[in-house]
Write a new protein. Structure first.
Length: 335
């Protein structure tokens, strides 16, 4: 084989390999398609994803419904009434009712959960519960006076504990909180972000992240956490950085602007962000639902997957990306 022939063969092989790689990514990163469409009678006040992607809709009238998709039909079952707030752990649903009463649903035999609920209600008798949010197997409760409580240290402990054991970031006035599997992310009134990470039996670490921009909201994830600035820029940092001795400097997520809301769903692997003009983006690890092997692909740069000026809610679930529009249209896209 002469040099010219060899060169042509090498070129053809290179083109074939490139085409194969390109085809792979095109297949796995194709635009999401609508898997299900439903019409809701009422637009939920809030949507929470529980274990095994079970959905919970909290309606304006205080009705809490468990939602499932069975045989391409949407079924809702009422499980509580007079509910003001909701969040979901792996095994428990936490609620706050309209009388500022905190409780776990179906936690009669979980003494550690009952201890925590009792302590929250002692505090709640004097102060309004501003926000509740759950991680993998713990719940954080933010009060209107800026104090933050959590049972993150006691998720596997049935022993009685003291009041101060539940208080997190006691020296700060907290105004917002977000949680992931074993992490609490909190924003204080001085525009500082605080991270508390616990790995049972290994370590716990508290870190303060100072930023030069005004923070709008925070979002904790399994691998990465996010800070959303007032002007709509998104910044991220790896959660493993909290163990480093160096200061954490969140980096800006490119290809995003004018973002209003952000959340991490789909078992904490897919991040979703919505701009103020209704453009919905996602990135992270996802599944190719069109592949028989359900291959995993990683989307590094945010991709626009849906556009509507009428997005009321969006969340990542095991079903796919759930979107509810202002007219009650519910759509679920594959991711």
């Amino acid at each position: 084989m002469n040099k010219r022939t060899l060169s042509i063969v090498v070129t053809l092989i290179t083109l074939l390999i490139s085409f194969g790689i390109s085809s792979y990514f095109v297949i796995n990163l194709r635009e999401p398609q609508v898997l299900y469409k439903f019409k809701l009678d009422d637009i939920p006040q809030n949507i929470v994803v529980g274990k095994k992607s079970e959905l919970f809709f909290l309606n304006e009238n205080g009705l809490l419904n468990s939602v499932k998709i069975i045989n391409n039909e949407l079924t809702q079952k009422n499980i509580a009434e007079d509910v003001a707030q909701i969040c979901a752990e792996r095994d428990y649903i936490a609620i706050v009712d309209n009388n500022n009463r905190f409780m776990f649903i179906n936690a009669n035999d979980a003494s550690n959960k009952n201890f925590f609920a009792d302590e929250i209600n002692r505090k709640g008798s004097k102060c309004i519960i501003k926000k509740i949010t759950s991680g993998d197997n713990f719940t954080a409760v933010l009060f209107s006076d800026g104090t933050l409580y959590s049972d993150i240290n006691y998720q596997d402990n049935d022993a009685s504990v003291e009041q101060d054991d539940y208080l997190i970031f006691s020296e700060y006035d907290i105004k917002d909180v977000s949680v992931a599997e074993y992490q609490i992310l909190a924003l204080d009134n001085n525009n500082a972000v605080h991270s508390y990470t616990l790995i049972p039996g290994k370590y716990n670490q508290e870190v303060t992240i100072s930023v030069s921009y005004e923070v709008n909201s925070i979002c904790a994830g399994l691998n990465k956490s996010y800070i959303l600035s007032k002007n709509g820029d998104v910044f991220s940092f790896d959660n493993s950085q909290v163990l480093d001795e160096h200061p954490i400097i969140p980096t800006k997520v490119e290809n995003l602007s004018n973002i209003e809301t952000i959340n991490v769903g789909y078992s904490d692997w897919v991040t979703l962000a919505c701009s103020n003009d209704g453009e919905l983006y996602h990135w992270g690890l996802g599944y190719d639902h069109n592949s028989t092997t359900k291959s995993i692909c990683e989307i590094v740069m945010p991709k626009k997957v849906f556009e509507s000026n009428e997005i009321a809610h969006f969340v990542g679930t095991g079903y796919g990306i759930l979107i509810i529009e202002d007219d009650g249209s519910l759509k679920i896209l594959n991711n």
